[in-house]
Design a protein around this ligand. Structure first.
Ligand code: NAP
Length: 342
């Protein structure tokens, strides 16, 4: 049987770090799979902090080559174009924004705003633009007829937004509880198995699942950022970080963990959102939870999200909390999903 001709989707990558490189690698690995789905994803530009490389061949950049080049070689290939000039001069459909999350949202925030103003769709893993300006960015996307996808900003590989916005569209969310940070969950798991805090922290650093400086994870800030995104995307709130009661896991002792075990409980770092009469109650804090709670059995770097709905009872989603390769597959799914509408 003849296969339909492939649809070409052109993307520009901004941020060629762990995730950008994993995405390039996965595009190479998945080339045949994508062909079977009748898609051909080509990268027409790569922008990192020190270089901008654009496709001069109309075939897309050679990703194998891009991945093999040293930084100095990438610098040598760089063209003298600003981000705005790339938007105006390079042909592409989707901006894939993978720069670091920062307190003021930039550079990701301005990249995303400019992409929409130039009628480009956006896929991102960068939390900070969503934490600061989710509603404004959605409005800008709509005004310009653009798609905005950000599934990998929360819950690692868990397809939370797709599940709720599509599969639960007619339902009502009453409460969401989650384990949203793999680092703190790993540390609490290892503490309950008898490790010391420094041992557990060292292990999770070696696994490469946390930042060199994991303060944002340990203090609960990373989970709080994800909770802001969940609330504003799924519950339509205008929640900000300061409204979330946030406590880290630094003060958790072996004695507290033991006491929880004696009561058939376990201590987990729980992010919680509850729709109350007087608004939204939001917190990120270590809590002793009963073993009957599905979150009690989520260990190591796993994440989980437990959704309490009005009409369908409780639904729990589990998945690996981070990992560039895993996240890259989500990005590709989002690119394809936008591609079907092009
Ligand atoms: N890795 C994961 O598993 C994962 C999972 C979920 C979400 N995320 C989010 O995804 C984003 C990317 O993560 P990552 O792990 O790939 O981070 P990363 O390894 O630090 O990569 C980010 C890249 O962006 C570059 N960059 C910095 N400022 C830039 C600018 N103004 N213009 C263009 N490029 C710039 C960085 O260059 P320098 O290094 O030279 O500064 C670096 O190469 C982050 O926001 C992260 O929070 C990552």
């Amino acid at each position: 049987m003849d296969r339909c001709p492939s649809k070409t989707i052109r993307i520009v990558l901004v941020g060629f770090g762990n995730l950008g490189r994993s995405l390039a690698q996965m595009l190479l690995e998945k080339e045949n799979h994508l062909k079977n789905l009748s898609f051909n994803i080509v990268v027409t530009g790569i922008i990192d902090i020190d270089y901008t490389i654009i496709d001069e061949t109309e075939q897309g950049l050679n990703l194998q080559e891009m991945l093999s080049l040293k930084n100095t070689e990438l610098l040598n290939r760089s063209v003298n174009l600003s981000f705005e000039e790339v938007l105006q001069q390079v042909p592409f459909d989707i901006l894939v924004e993978l720069t670091p999350s920062t307190p003021n949202g930039d550079p990701g925030l301005s990249h995303i705003e400019k992409a929409f103003q130039n009628k480009r769709h956006v896929v991102t893993s960068n939390k900070s633009p969503l934490v600061l300006k989710y509603h404004e960015l959605m409005d800008l996307a709509r005004q310009n007829g653009c798609e905005f996808r950000f599934e990998s900003t929360v819950g690692g590989v868990i397809p939370l937004f797709t599940t709720v916005q599509s599969g639960l569209a007619a339902n009502e969310i009453l409460k969401i509880e989650g384990i949203l940070n793999g680092t703190t969950n790993y540390i609490l798991t290892r503490l309950s198995e008898g490790s010391t805090y420094p041992q557990a922290l060292n292990e999770v650093k070696k696994l490469g699942f946390c930042e060199t400086n994991p303060t944002d994870d340990i203090s609960g800030l990373d989970a709080a950022r994800k909770l802001v995104i969940i609330a504003n995307v799924l519950l339509g709130t205008h929640l900000t970080l300061t409204e979330i009661k946030t406590h880290g896991i630094e003060a958790i002792s072996q004695a507290q963990i033991l006491e929880a075990h004696l009561n058939n409980q376990v201590i987990k770092h729980i992010a919680s959102l509850e729709v109350a009469n007087n608004g939204i109650q939001a917190s990120v804090e270590p809590k002793s939870i009963n073993l009957s709670n599905p979150l009690a059995h989520v260990n190591g770097i796993m994440n989980a999200i437990h959704i309490f709905t009005k009409y369908s009872g409780e639904i729990t989603l589990f998945g690996i909390g981070a990992g560039p390769k895993e996240v890259a597959t989500i990005l590709i799914s989002e690119i394809i999903s936008i591609g079907t509408k092009l």
